[in-house]
Design a protein around this ligand. Structure first.
Ligand SMILES: [Zn+2]
Length: 472
C-alpha cells in the first residue's frame, strides 16, 4: 500500500503572489548592539527580526510598484535542514546566487493570516556568504510532523490510511468553486456547476499524518480513469434512473418470458458433478449426480453409453431445476459471445478487472449480473449493473505472508474481519467458517468427485494452487 507521489500544490493552495508588507510599516530595525536570536527556518518567530543561515533554493527578480514608481526586488525561497520559507530582498545591491548559502543578520519575519511566513531582507540586513562544502547540509527532507505552517512545493512519501467519503465525483460551483450538493451555499442560484474529481484522504509517513486532497489530475492518475470516463460510468449506471440524488442505486432491468416444455437428451454420466461441464462452452448441464442434459440440436463430443430423448416439464420440481440451469448456461454462453469477457464473482464483466491504487491487489469489477427466476412456466431474468471492488483471498493471504504474518494470525483475520466472501464461480455470498491447513493435493473435492483440489482448480478455473497450503 505504499504510495509515492508528489503533493506539490496539493497540501494547500497558497496564492502565488502574496502581498508583501510595505517596508515602511515594519517595526524599527534593532540596533547592532542588541543581540538577535540565530534561528532555523522552522523556528522563525513572526513579527521579529532574526538572524539565520540558509540556502537560496530559488530566486527571481520582480518589479513592484510603490509611491516612487517601479521598484525592483528579489524574491525566492530559502531552505535549511528544518523547513523552507519564501523571502523578498530589498537589498538589490547584494546579488544572491542560487544554491549558495548565506548568513542573514537582522531580517524581518512577516506572518500572514494563514500562518505562513515571509522573510524580508531589508536594506539594512547584513548578508554574508558562507562557504559550505556540501550544500546538502541545507536541504530539507520533509516529514509531516515538521510541517507546522503552510508551505509550497513539498514532496512527501507515505501511506494513505483513510479515504474520506466525500471523495470521487463532486459538483463544484462555477462561480465560487466550492463543493455543492443541491445548491451552492455561497452563491445565488443560477451560477451552475460542473463535475470535478477529487480524493480526500489522510497521508501518514511514520512521523505524523496530514489531510491530503488529490485534485483532478492526481486523482485521475491514482484511479487510472479520467474525469470523463468516470462521469460516463456514473451516468451509464448509477446516475440514470435515480429519482433523487440520495437514491443512487443501480437499476435492474427485467425480462419475462413463458417457458414451454423442452425436449432434451438425457444421458448417464459416471462423473456428473456440475463443475466437470462448466468450462466446455457447450450447452450441457448436469443434475449434480449422474445425469447430463443437453438440447437435441446440441452437437457434443462426449461418449455417453446410455441416453434417451425426453421432455422436461416446468411442472416437475426436478425438471424445473434442470430447465433453470439450461437457461442460465445458455444465457452465459450467449452473453460471453457478445461481450468477449469472462464471468467473475458472479458478474459478466464488461471489461477486464481494473487495478486500483497501483499498490493494492484489489481490483474494480465492472459488469452486470443476470439472475433467472422460474415460477411455474414463467421465467424472469433480472439484469443488474454491478461495480465493485474485490480482493482475492489468495492475494490477501500472499500479501500478509510476504509481510511475515503467521498462519494463526492470517487464520484469525480470515475468520473474523475478512470472513465475508464471494464464492467462485457462482458469485454467491459466503462466510469463512473453518480453515483447513492441509496440502491441497491430498484433499478430495467431494465424495462424488475424486479429483484432488489441485487438479480441480487447474481444470476448472485454470489456476495453479499446487504451492498453496490453505483451503477455505
Ligand atoms: Zn458558489
Amino acid at each position: 500500500m505504499m504510495i509515492e507521489m508528489s503533493v506539490k500544490n496539493d497540501l494547500k493552495i497558497i496564492s502565488q503572489e502574496k502581498e508583501y508588507p510595505d517596508p515602511r510599516t515594519l517595526p524599527a530595525q534593532p540596533s547592532w548592539q542588541q543581540p538577535l536570536p540565530h534561528l532555523t527556518l522552522s523556528d522563525l518567530i513572526p513579527g521579529k527580526y532574526v538572524s539565520l543561515t540558509a540556502r537560496v533554493v530559488f530566486l527571481k527578480t520582480t518589479q513592484r510598484q510603490d509611491a516612487l514608481g517601479t521598484k525592483t526586488i528579489f524574491s525566492g525561497v530559502l531552505e535549511d535542514t528544518s523547513f523552507k520559507t519564501p523571502f523578498v530582498s530589498h537589498r538589490i545591491t547584494y546579488p544572491l546566487l542560487r544554491n549558495s548559502v548565506y548568513k542573514f543578520s537582522s531580517a524581518y519575519v512577516h506572518g500572514f493570516e494563514d500562518k505562513s511566513l515571509l522573510l524580508i531582507i531589508t536594506e539594512k540586513t547584513k548578508i554574508e556568504p558562507k562557504n559550505i562544502e556540501d550544500y546538502r547540509e541545507f536541504v530539507w527532507a520533509p516529514k509531516i510532523e515538521s510541517i507546522n505552517r503552510p508551505v509550497r512545493y513539498v514532496n512527501l512519501q507515505g501511506v494513505i490510511t483513510t479515504v474520506h467519503s466525500n471523495s470521487g465525483l463532486v459538483k463544484r460551483c462555477n462561480n465560487c468553486k466550492s463543493i455543492l450538493y443541491d445548491s451552492c451555499p455561497n452563491c445565488k442560484e443560477g451560477q451552475g456547476w460542473n463535475w470535478d474529481l477529487r480524493v480526500s484522504c489522510r497521508l501518514y509517513d511514520g512521523s505524523g499524518s496530514i489531510k491530503m486532497i488529490l485534485t483532478k489530475d492526481l486523482a485521475s492518475r491514482v484511479l487510472q480513469r479520467n474525469l470523463s470516463e468516470l462521469i460516463l460510468l456514473a451516468n451509464g449506471s448509477a446516475y440514470s434512473g435515480a429519482k433523487s440524488q440520495s437514491q443512487f442505486q443501480f437499476q435492474t432491468s427485467a425480462c419475462k418470458m413463458k417457458v414451454p416444455n423442452i425436449e432434451v437428451i438425457e444421458a448417464v454420466c459416471e462423473n456428473a458433478s456440475p463443475s466437470s461441464f462448466r468450462k466446455n462452452g457447450k450447452l450441457i448441464v448436469t443434475n449434480g449426480i449422474n445425469l447430463v442434459f443437453f438440447p437435441t440440436n446440441e452437437g457434443h463430443t462426449f461418449n455417453f453409453k446410455d441416453f434417451n430423448r425426453r421432455e422436461l416439464h416446468t411442472s416437475d420440481p426436478e425438471d424445473k431445476k434442470i430447465i433453470k440451469r439450461l437457461i442460465e448456461k445458455a444465457l452465459e454462453i450467449s452473453i460471453k459471445k457478445v461481450t468477449g469477457n469472462r464471468m467473475m464473482h458472479g458478474i459478466f464483466l464488461l471489461e477486464d478487472p481494473i487495478p486500483l491504487y497501483r499498490c493494492e491487489k484489489a481490483k474494480l469489477f465492472l459488469g452486470f449480473s443476470a439472475r433467472a427466476n422460474l415460477n411455474e412456466n414463467e421465467l424472469q431474468i433480472d439484469f443488474t449493473p454491478q461495480a465493485y471492488i474485490r480482493e482475492s483471498v489468495l492475494n490477501y493471504v500472499n500479501l500478509r505472508r510476504e509481510r511475515g504474518a503467521s498462519s494463526s494470525a492470517i487464520s484469525k483475520n480470515l475468520m473474523t474481519y475478512r470472513n465475508r466472501v464471494v464464492v467462485a464461480p457462482s458469485g454467491n455470498y459466503g462466510s469463512i467458517s473453518e480453515i483447513i491447513m492441509r496440502k491441497a493435493g491430498n484433499q478430495k473435492v467431494s465424495e462424488t468427485d475424486t479429483r484432488n483440489l489441485v487438479e480441480f482448480w487447474k481444470q476448472i478455473y485454470d489456476i495453479d494452487i499446487s504451492r498453496m497450503k490453505f483451503l477455505f
